[in-house]
Design a protein around this ligand. Structure first.
Ligand code: NDP
Length: 449
């Protein structure tokens, strides 16, 4: 069940539409949060008086810049890059950089907006921001990636700093890209400022378990949702979308907890392996060779590759969308419900459309929104910042223990907040409200800034 969309909040939403024309993903993300905040404003009228909602929907700073670079043929290429510094009430802006041809201001703003609430949910001192470029790393050589990253940092560096703004990776940005970005930052500033970027390599300031954290965290959150209903992941059939960083480590953790992941995908299609996806093969194909997921069937003859159509047609108990926004539609949600799916947790940001969420909620399926379910990545980034600040390096066991505790706390906080507002089991409401209250309290304390 959903609350009625409060009239005051509806009019603020109309203002957001008017001020940010054409930014459909941003509109969607704002609407999904505002729809759930009516009872919070009723309980805390001071947030209305202080115009917290209007302020929270307006980024503190938006930077758009040109990135010229030379490809391997010596030809000049031009891309556009963005950094949206959304909210710093709880700490320095924190959120990844995405390299994908679809990146535009509306997408970066939706991601930055979500990040504010997600980061608040971790309980760690980090504000929210996001960035990226319409640069497409697919098919580029290492030297082209290096050239692009160096040119991007030549502008970006002046906005960053361990106490100001701390990017990490996202779609298309992994350890290789972060290495080139960090190297250029170090060169320009003449400072070895480890805490300025997270997701770094283990040999140069990175944290153990950061690479695994988002995927592991999604599965820990799923396990907690099932546990709250007296169930567990043991023996469950799982389908994952994507085969990138988040998907790979979600598969690993799901297997570790006794589930069987039978399908995963990329933007070309999906593979089904009823015996269980063999992770070393996926890692070899995606992380080492950077090939398409279809190559899996060459290495595992008993598996199947299906081109184009949606991975959500594969019957499963648990669905983990770990690719990109709006990849799980209302139609997909209906199919999952019809096939008896019990739980969905979002590894990606906003992968389920509003219609899809409604269908899951109506069917009383456990639904973990990305803000809560995929917060393990940014939480471990904050742990990386802690290690950098104290010139320390923690063991994988200790870092994973912290991650596990943080994910369990996030689950508890969402679950209890939903219960407090009379919506037990509604993790969408729980995540939005719990995250919002933390940011709103800090903003209120700091005055009109
Ligand atoms: P990667 O680039 O490592 O992997 C992305 C995966 O999603 C690839 O398999 C890619 O396929 C697929 N994909 C991307 N775009 C599309 C599309 N338009 N249609 C279908 N498939 C697509 O990214 P990550 O794993 O890091 O990120 C995945 C999601 O998780 C994103 O939504 C990101 O914002 C979110 N996230 C990531 C965190 C992190 O720590 N990395 C933290 C929290 C959230 P292909 O290669 O064919 O494009």
């Amino acid at each position: 069940m959903r609350f009625k969309f409060d009239e005051k909040l509806q009019s603020i939403f109309q203002e957001v539409l008017h001020r940010n024309p054409g930014e459909i993903e941003f509109h969607q993300a704002v609407r999904e949060v505002l729809e759930t905040l009516g009872p919070v404003l009723a309980k805390y009228p001071e947030f209305t008086d202080k115009k917290i909602i209007q302020r929270i929907c307006e980024p503190e700073r938006q930077i758009i810049f040109r990135v010229p670079w030379r490809d391997d043929n010596g030809e000049i290429q031009i891309n556009r890059a963005f950094r949206v510094e959304f909210n710093s009430a709880l700490g320095p802006y924190k959120g990844g950089l995405r390299f994908h041809p679809s990146v535009n201001l509306g997408i970066v703003k939706f991601l930055g907006f979500e990040q504010v609430f997600k980061n608040a949910l971790t309980g760690l001192p980090i504000g929210g921001g996001k960035g990226g470029s319409d640069f497409d790393p697919k098919g580029k050589t290492d030297s082209e990636i290096e050239s692009f990253c160096q040119s991007m940092m030549l502008e970006l560096y002046r906005h960053l700093g361990e106490y100001t703004d701390v990017p990490a990776g996202d779609i298309g940005v992994g350890c290789r890209e972060l290495g080139y970005l960090f190297g250029q930052y170090k060169r320009i500033t003449n400072r070895y400022e480890s805490g300025v970027l997270t997701g770094k390599g283990l040999g140069w300031g990175g944290s153990r378990a950061r690479k695994e954290a988002t995927g592991y965290g999604v599965v820990i959150f799923t396990q907690e949702m099932l546990r709250a209903r007296g169930d567990s992941l043991e023996g469950k059939k799982v389908v994952v979308s994507g085969s990138g960083n988040v998907a790979i480590y979600a598969i690993e953790k799901a297997h570790e907890l006794g589930a069987n992941v039978i399908a995963c995908s990329d933007s070309g299609g999906f593979i089904i392996d009823e015996a269980g996806i063999e992770l070393p093969l996926v890692q070899q194909i995606k992380e080492v060779e950077r090939r398409r997921i279809s190559a899996y069937v060459e290495l595992k003859k008993s598996s199947r590759y299906i081109e184009g159509s949606s991975v959500w047609s594969v019957p499963c108990d648990v669905a983990l969308p770990c690719a990109t926004q709006n990849e799980l539609t209302g139609r997909d949600a209906k199919i999952l419900v019809e096939n008896g799916c019990l739980a969905v947790a979002e590894g990606a940001n906003m992968p389920t459309t509003s219609e899809g969420i409604q269908i899951f909620q109506d069917a009383d399926i456990c639904f973990g929104p990305g803000k809560a379910a995929n917060a393990g990545g940014v939480a471990t980034s904050a742990l990386e910042m802690q290690q950098n600040a104290s010139r320390d390096s923690w063991s994988s066991e200790y870092t994973q223990k912290r991650l596990q505790e943080i994910m369990i706390d996030i689950h508890t906080s969402c679950y209890e907040t939903a219960g407090e507002f009379g919506e037990e089991g509604n993790y969408v409401l729980g995540a939005n409200v719990a995250g919002f209250i933390r940011v709103a309290r800090a903003m209120t304390a700091m005055g009109v800034i």
